[in-house]
Design a binder for this molecule. Structure first.
Ligand code: RNT
Ligand code: ZN
Length: 420
């Protein structure tokens, strides 16, 4: 794409949107304030850097064996830097506890400390990224039977409680040093394959563990807690302790942020419609934007109707300060850096379309019961020249616009990832 063409298309788009009373410059300025949290685990197929075998457990799965997986912390960082260079704007990186910089030392989950994440913080500072964090309650001996914070054995629960409290302290330190609230997410794999009779027992245990975890008070300026539910996992098909009702109840009762992962509901159930309900009862929402196909398959995010509906709901609810956007997928079957760039660009494009929506007009139609007019404008909005605005936005941010970024990733693949 030539600069002149991008400029011309942008001028046309600007005039076209102006006809509808929409200011494209304002939309771009708003897009600029919408960071997306890149999940570090797309680089290495969710293996982490502990000294174990790196086997992924907990009912989640990466499929594919595309060459070039990141094998060290520096490879993870290099790959994220590469992806970031192809994404306009300033963004965040979401790290899991088992990606600590343990320097070859055996550090169990109940022993992690901020020092093991200092090199992540230093890297983030240098690159101007902000960080989010997650405790890691899977891929470990003490989660092997499928239970962690809800385990029948109090000693095992204690172990995981300690891990999560330590993770929250690390998140607090990240937020403090980087001057930006770090969001700490709790997701546990707990559940069982087959019919479970003591459902209440495990849920009571989980509630009790969470109460203990949150007894440790963190500084709200530096970190915020969120809790993520799930419908089922591989090997926990019949019962998931941390269901949607469980965490929604816990979050509302305890003023905790709720995490909505697009892959964690029934196949036809969508998270877009949950935003306007949750916003009334929970303080904030964290999103794990993913794309489930038939199950929580964690496919790369693309511009689906649901992605657009999700971003529209955030913008229409004027909730950009209360809804945090993170990605969560792991595809090992294609170039992993490409997987990031496709997902982040798709999310930004959806956000931009939502920001460019003729919302005042649509609301007016709706209030007057003019539903044909509402539907017609919604339909027309889909093909307004928002992509010309996105290309221009990329260009202004010094990022390759359009499909030319593919060649850039191919080059990196040839020079870096294929040599691994
Ligand atoms: C699992 C959850 C969880 C994980 C990450 C790795 O189903 O979505 O968020 O994907 O913590
Ligand atoms: Zn998730």
């Amino acid at each position: 794409m030539k600069e002149q063409q991008i400029n011309q298309a942008f001028e046309y788009a600007k005039a076209r949107y102006a006809e509808l009373g929409i200011d494209v410059d304002n939309a771009m300025a708003q897009l600029d304030k919408l960071p997306i949290s890149l999940h570090c685990w797309q680089t290495d197929d969710v293996r982490g850097f502990e000294d174990g075998d790196g086997e992924l457990t907990g009912g989640i799965q990466t499929t594919g064996n595309y060459p070039g997986r990141a094998r060290t912390i520096s490879e993870v960082r290099a790959d994220i830097d590469k992806a970031m260079s192809l994404i306009p704007g300033e963004h965040r990186v979401n790290i899991h506890a088992f990606y600590g910089d343990f320097q070859g030392e055996k550090v169990d989950r109940n022993e992690i400390e901020p020092k093991h994440f200092q090199s992540w913080i230093d890297w983030a500072k240098e690159k101007n990224y902000k960080l989010d964090f997650n405790c890691t309650c899977f891929s470990h001996d003490k989660s092997a039977d499928g239970f962690t914070l809800s385990h029948r054995d109090p000693a095992i629960r204690e172990f995981w409680i300690e891990h999560v409290i330590r993770s929250r302290k690390i998140a607090e330190e990240m937020g403090r040093q980087l001057g930006s609230k770090c969001i700490h997410n709790i997701w546990i794999p707990d559940g069982s394959k087959d019919l479970t009779v003591d459902r209440l027992l495990y849920r009571k245990n989980l509630k009790d563990s969470l109460d203990k975890i949150f007894e440790y008070k963190t500084n709200d300026e530096y970190m915020a807690d969120c809790i993520e539910s799930k419908l089922f996992g591989i090997g926990s098909e019949s019962y998931t302790v941390g269901s949607h009702e469980f965490y929604m109840g816990y979050g509302v009762a305890n003023n905790k942020m709720i995490t909505l992962d697009s892959g964690h509901y029934h196949p036809t159930e969508v998270i877009s419609d949950k935003i306007s309900s949750l916003l009334l009862f929970a303080p904030e929402i964290m999103l794990h934007v993913s794309r489930g196909i038939r199950w929580d398959s964690d496919h790369v995010v693309i511009q689906t109707d649901e992605l657009l509906a999700l971003t529209q709901e955030i913008i229409r609810a004027d909730a950009v300060d209360r809804v945090h956007i993170g990605l969560d997928y792991f595809d090992a079957s294609i170039n992993r850096i490409g997987a990031y760039v496709i997902g982040v660009r798709a999310t930004q494009k959806a956000l931009l379309q939502a920001l460019l929506e003729p919302i005042a007009q649509l609301r007016e139609f709706e209030s007057k019961g003019q539903y044909f007019e509402r539907l017609a404008f919604l339909e027309e909005a889909k093909s307004l020249p928002w992509s010309a605005v996105y290309d221009y936005y990329c260009m202004k941010k010094g990022v390759i616009p359009g499909e030319s970024y593919v060649a850039d990733i191919q080059q990196y693949e040839k020079e870096v990832t294929l040599k691994r």
